[in-house]
Design a protein around this ligand. Structure first.
Ligand code: ADE
Ligand code: ZN
Length: 335
C-alpha cells in the first residue's frame, strides 16, 4: 500500500540513506556563493533561477558561480556545509564528485581543492558523520588531454580519492572518447563511473559504450536505459547501479521521471535516488526521496529498497556495506 505523504515524509527523514551522485560544487548555496565572493572582493555570485533551459544553460551558471572558490579554506567550507546538511537529511555515507578542472583552469592548485575537501571529510567523520569518499570528475567538454593531465595530478592524492567520473556537457562528447583515460584510471586503482544524462542525443548508445567499451562500475543518471530491453537486462545481470536524480530531472527537463524509478524497481534495476546539484535544484537527498515517493506513490517497502540499493551500489568494502545495510533493516523493522 502506498504510504501517505506525511507518513512517507517522516519515514524518509529517519531512513539511513546513501548518496552517490552529488557534485560538491552543486551544493554551493547562493548565500555561500555571495559570502565567498565578498571574501575575495568579487561581485555577488549567488543569483540563480528557479529552473533551467536544459543542461547547457544550467552548466554555464554552475561554472560562473564557482569563481569564489579559490583557497583550501573555501573548499573546506563548501564540503563541511554539504556534509552537515547531509547528516541532517539522514545520509550515513556519501560518495561525492568534485570538478578539479573547473578550478585549475582558474589558477587554483589541485592540491588546494583536494586538501580542503579532505579536511572537511575528516572533521565530519569525527563529529557525527556522514562518512564519505571523493570521486574526481573529468569535464567531457574539455579536451581528453586535460582529463589525462587531471588524472596525473590526482595520483599524488590517490589515497584520498576512490574513483573517477565524467560529467559536464554530454552533447558531442561520448564516453568512448575518454576510454583510454578511464583505462589508465582503473589501472591506478580507481573505480569508474560516467554520466549518461537524460534526454541526450545518443543516450542509449552512450550507455552501451559505458558498459561495453569503458566497463564502468556505475552509471550516473541512466534513465534512458528503459528505451532498450536488452540494455536493461544487461544492467540487471551486472547489478550495475544507476544514480538517478529526480529534482535535477524536474529542474532541467520539467519531469521528475519518478515513474522511471518505479519501473526500474519493478524490473530489478539497481536504481538509487540522489540530489545531483541540490543548491540549484531545490532539494537534498531526503527531498528527492520524498518527491519520488509522492509522485510515484511508493510504499515503505519501495523506499527501503531504494535506500538499500544506495548502499548496494556504493563502492564499499563488504563489512562496511553489511553494517550500513543492517542500519537500514533495523530502522525498517523498528519504525
Ligand atoms: N555537472 C554538474 N551537474 C551535472 C549534471 N547534472 N550533468 C552533467 N554534468 C554536471
Ligand atoms: Zn551529475
Amino acid at each position: 500500500m502506498a504510504a501517505g505523504t506525511r507518513d512517507a515524509s517522516d519515514f524518509v527523514a529517519g531512513l539511513p540513506k546513501c548518496e552517490l551522485h552529488v557534485h560538491l560544487e552543486g551544493t554551493l548555496e547562493a548565500a555561500m556563493a555571495d559570502l565567498l565572493a565578498e571574501r575575495h572582493g568579487l561581485p555577488a555570485l549567488g543569483a540563480r533561477p528557479a529552473s533551467f533551459d536544459g543542461l547547457a544553460d544550467f552548466l554555464s551558471r554552475y561554472y560562473a558561480a564557482m569563481a569564489g572558490l579559490r583557497t583550501e579554506q573555501d573548499f573546506y567550507d563548501l564540503a563541511a556545509a554539504y556534509l552537515d546538511v547531509a547528516r541532517r537529511q539522514g545520509v550515513t555515507y556519501a560518495e561525492m564528485f568534485f570538478d578539479p578542472q573547473a578550478h585549475t583552469a582558474r589558477g587554483v592548485p589541485f592540491e588546494a581543492v583536494v586538501r580542503g575537501l579532505h579536511r572537511a571529510q575528516l572533521d565530519a567523520r569525527a563529529s557525527g558523520g556522514p562518512d564519505s569518499a571523493l570521486i574526481c570528475c573529468f569535464l567531457r567538454d574539455e579536451p581528453v588531454e586535460s582529463a589525462a593531465a587531471t588524472l596525473d595530478a590526482s595520483l599524488e592524492f590517490k589515497d584520498w580519492i576512490l574513483g573517477v567520473g565524467l560529467d559536464s556537457d554530454e552533447r558531442g562528447n561520448p564516453p568512448v572518447e575518454f576510454a583510454p583515460v578511464f583505462e589508465r584510471a582503473r589501472a591506478a586503482g580507481y573505480r569508474l563511473t560516467m554520466h549518461c544524462d537524460p534526454r541526450q542525443e545518443g543516450s542509449v548508445d552512450h550507455l552501451w559504450q559505458c558498459l561495453e567499451v569503458v566497463g564502468v562500475d556505475r552509471i550516473d543518471h541512466g534513465v534512458e536505459c528503459l528505451a532498450d530491453d536488452r540494455l536493461v537486462a544487461e544492467l540487471v545481470r551486472r547489478r550495475l547501479g544507476l544514480t538517478v536524480c529526480p529534482l535535477s530531472n524536474l529542474r532541467l527537463y520539467g519531469d521528475l521521471m519518478a515513474d522511471a524509478v518505479s519501473e526500474m524497481l519493478r524490473r530489478d534495476v539497481l536504481v538509487t535516488v540522489n540530489s545531483d546539484d541540490p543548491a540549484y535544484f531545490g532539494g537534498y537527498v531526503a527531498d528527492n526521496f520524498r518527491a519520488v515517493a509522492d509522485d510515484a506513490h511508493l510504499d515503505r517497502a519501495a523506499l527501503v529498497r531504494l535506500a538499500r540499493n544506495g548502499f548496494e551500489a556504493a563502492w564499499l568494502a563488504p563489512d562496511r556495506r553489511a553494517g550500513y545495510l543492517q542500519q537500514v533493516d533495523d530502522y525498517a523493522a523498528r519504525v
